[in-house]
Write a new protein. Sequence first.
Length: 136
Amino acid sequence: MKILIPILATLCLGLWGNIAVGEDDQATLVADEVTVDGDESRNEDIQEYTFDSKLKLHQDWTVQNSFRYDLIANKVATAGLGLEYDAQCFNIDVSATRRFTESGTSPPQTTFQLTVALKGFSTGGASRPRNTSCRN
């Protein structure tokens, strides 16, 4: 698996550069290569592949994930998974992210997040109209 990820990512990114597929409201896949060298005032060089995807499961439900692979360390840097419920008046987002690398003296860690946003109270979200119908 350690060898398969860099080979596939190199092949895809080498052929197409930045990849963004399916940028409609149903599904999105974005892949990119990030390279930062020591010239940008960093202690270490960075070379990573990133993959992000989002899939609308239903009118209100969306699942999303993210993945970063460190090419210098030759291992997964982070991975995340989230589920979002987007109703007319509120939004709920539940996610988990795992950082597999050490950061200074901080060991690898998993972060869980719950976000609740009420739309119409300056959250930046807008209520969207619903197409509903009643039948007798």
